[in-house]
Design a protein. Structure first.
Length: 287
């Protein structure tokens, strides 16, 4: 395990220690940082590269680029719009920085174009269920993060329902792993994500985090994204710009309960919290 790596295009990520993924939203409407990286409807290249470089300097080993907001209530975007936002961003960052780029998309066209543009991982909140996505992802040979969502972003928070949220999420993810394997994706190329806030009540989200070890039993690396989400706002009664400390608590817990990658807005703070947690769990500093 100690020297095991996951190959992400031309870069490797150590599986033996936790990794921080920085969020770069190239959307006009994301819940906590929408519109910041766009200018007159197009990509603000200079601002994007500066934000990306800051995140890498602060300890992010992956950057997640998304052109479709999937927060609760968000509208769908056209494929052309997504391509126009995401592909230039992938090209720019992959040519300038030493970091793994993951692309947050559900579209086959975006998956194919992003791989060509230099991304190293596919992050799909719809777990490759869209038409053509499974085949497109398999053709890239890149690692894929499969996330659980109940419903669709626009309506998913209306009335989420589960028999047992952890078992239901686990069964869904296992089923998607089987589909991926049938499509020719190696099991070792897969990551799993319970999808915090995606068709889940506060109680569902708390259960998923507390019982994360049950998902770790599936034997695949876990990615967790709770940064600034409403589950933190609901517990603390705080608006999105005051959720950092709560977010850090969930990051620390996620690592302690077996997560590999933490997807966050606040890279510097999360990097330190995660590195400290990891040192304690391993009773040593990572070399
Ligand atoms: C996530 C994730 C993601 N989250 C992965 N990709 C978002 N793999 C986008 C809220 O409750 O967790 N894992 N891509 C952002 N989505 C949300 C969902 C944002 C819920 C906010 C909330 O506030």
């Amino acid at each position: 395990m100690a020297n095991e790596m996951m190959q992400c295009g031309n870069r490797g990520l150590a599986l033996s220690r936790p990794q921080v993924m920085g969020i770069l939203n190239v959307t006009p409407d994301s819940f906590s940082d929408g519109g910041q990286l766009l200018k007159n409807g197009g990509l603000d290249r200079q601002n994007l590269l500066q934000r990306a470089a800051e995140m890498v300097a602060a300890g992010a080993s992956l950057l997640d680029i998304g052109g479709e907001s999937t927060r609760p209530g968000a509208q769908q975007v056209s494929i052309q719009q997504e391509l126009d936002r995401v592909i230039p961003a992938v090209e720019l960052i992959s040519s300038e920085l030493d970091v793994v780029i993951s692309v947050d998309t559900s579209s086959a066209e975006v998956i194919t174009a992003a791989a060509k543009a230099g991304c190293g991982m596919i992050n799909d909140v719809r777990a490759l269920t869209r038409e053509g996505a499974l085949k497109a992802a398999a053709a890239t040979k890149l690692p894929v993060c499969l996330m659980h969502m109940q419903g669709q972003p626009k309506t998913m928070q209306a009335a989420p329902e589960y028999v047992d949220v952890v078992k239901d999420v686990s069964s869904f993810l296992q089923e998607r792993v089987r589909h991926c394997q049938s499509a020719g994706i190696d099991r070792a190329q897969l990551l799993l994500d319970p999808g915090f806030g995606f068709g889940k009540t506060l109680e569902h989200n708390l259960q998923l985090l507390n019982r994360l070890p049950q998902l770790a039993e599936l034997g695949l690396p876990l990615l967790v994204g709770t940064s600034r989400k409403s589950m933190i706002g609901q517990v603390l009664t705080k608006p999105v710009e005051e959720r950092l400390f709560g977010s850090l608590a969930t990051a620390v817990l996620a690592i302690a309960k077996g997560a590999w990658i933490i997807r966050v807005h606040d890279v510097a703070a999360t990097h330190d919290a995660v590195a400290m947690t990891s040192a304690v769990l391993n009773e040593s500093v990572h070399s």
